[in-house]
Ligand binder design. Structure first.
Ligand code: 2BA
Length: 107
């Protein structure tokens, strides 16, 4: 058994989760925050049999999209003056970690 942990853009989360649950995956949704942008994102936990991992990854990848995001960035331009120039970063699609599960119980 595996545990897939996927960090999604908040705008993609509803679509990803509904396609996963329709395909009979069990999903737990957590509201999380990215450390770099301090913006909200969504982390999902999916406990699943090894043979269903590829299907889950395909659904996550199909319904997650990358986006360019503009963030303010301050840099020194000399003599103690600073300029606030916007910087673009590419966020996502999804960032996925897959872990082996040692034990799984439901009581
Ligand atoms: P954030 O930490 O808010 O990062 C948003 C985007 O900013 C990242 O997109 C990346 O393009 C950029 N970024 C992040 N940290 C950076 C750094 N130290 N220097 C330069 N640019 C940086 P993604 O890579 O697609 O990540 C989206 C979100 O997924 C992240 O939000 C974070 O919540 C999570 N994440 C990504 N990689 C992770 C990792 N290795 N471990 C834990 N969480 C991760």
């Amino acid at each position: 058994m595996k545990l897939a942990l996927a960090i999604l853009n908040s705008d993609d989360a509803h679509s990803v989760i509904s396609h996963l649950t329709r395909a009979e995956f069990f999903v737990t949704k957590l509201s999380t925050t990215g450390g770099f942008l301090s913006a909200g994102n969504v982390t999902i936990l999916i406990g699943l049999p090894d043979e269903k991992l590829e299907e889950a990854l395909e659904l996550i990848s199909k319904y997650s999209h990358s986006r360019r995001q503009v963030i303010p960035s301050t840099s020194e331009i000399g003599m103690g003056f600073y300029s606030a120039l916007p910087v673009q970063v590419t966020v996502g699609g999804a960032t996925v970690f897959v872990l082996d599960v040692e034990q799984f119980q439901k009581y």
